[in-house]
Design a protein. Sequence first.
Length: 319
Amino acid sequence: MKQKTLVLVLTLQALVCMTISILDSTVSNVSMYILTFPLEPIGIGLRALSLSGLAGDIAASTIYVCFGLLPILYLIIRIKKKTAKPEDILLVVLSILIFVALYHFVNPFYFTSLFGIMAAGKMIVCITIYTVLVGYIAIKLLRRYLDSDTRKLLSHLKSLIAVICVIIVFDIFGSGLSNLIATFGAVQSANTDPAVSLTVTYVFLVVRYLNVSAVSLVNIIILFFASRLIDELKSDRYGDGVVLSANKLFTVSKRAVVFISLSFIFINLMQLLVIKSLHSSDFTANIPLVPLLLVLIMMVLSKYFAESKEIKSENDMFI
C-alpha cells in the first residue's frame, strides 16, 4: 500500500472512530462494538429467525452449524491439499469456540448466569475467540516469513507497519476518545456537590488524552519513515537512497525520544501540581517504556543500514 493511500485510509478511519465515539453516548467504550462483531449481530439475527416459526428455526439451526464448521471445513481443504501444518489444530479449537459463542449470543441470558454481567461475558468469550484466531494467524505469518526471501520479507514488514498504524489510530480516536468521554461522565456522576468545580479535572483529562495521542502520532510518523526505508531497501539495498532514508529515520527517532520523554515528564508534573483539584481516581504515573523502546529500535536499525552502506562503499573502493 502506498503511503498516500495509507494516509487517506487512516484519516477516514479516524473520522469514523471520532464520529462513533462522540455521537454514541450510550456506550462507554467503542471497542465493545469491535469485540463482539460479527458474533453478536449474527446471534441476534439467528434468534429472530428461530423465533419466526418452524421453517425459521430450521434455517437458523442450519446457518448456526455452517458458521461453526467454517474453520473445520478450511482444515479439511488444507488436509486434502496436503498443506496442513501442526498449528492448524487451532482451527478445531476455533470451531468449538464459535459453536459455544454463537449459542450464547443466540441465548444471551446464559451470559448473565455464567458470568454475572452480560457485557463482561460477551467480552470474555469474544476475546478468547480472537486470541485463538490472532495466535493462529501470527503462527502462519511467522512460517511464511521464515520461508520468504529478503524482498518478500520486507513487503510483509511494510504490511505489518500499515496494520500497526491502523491499530494506533483506533486506539487514539476510537477507544481512547470513547474512554475520555466515558471518564467525563463518571467524574460528573461521582460529584455529589454542585458547588465543586470540575473544570480543572476536565482540563487535565483532555491534556492527558492529547499527550498520549501525540506520542502515538509520533510513533506513526516514525513508522512512515521506516516504511520509506523499506522501499529503498527493496529498490537497492546499498543505494544512496538507503543512507538518506536511514539518516532521516535516525534524526526523527532521536527527536522523538526527546519529545516523548518531555511530554510524559510534563503530564506527570502537571498531575502533581493540580492533584488537590482533581476529582478522579484514574491517575497513574506514566512511564513511556514501549514508545521509547520502539523509537530506540528504529534508531539502531537506521544507524545500522547507514553504516552498512558506508562499509559496502569502502569495500568497493578497496577492490
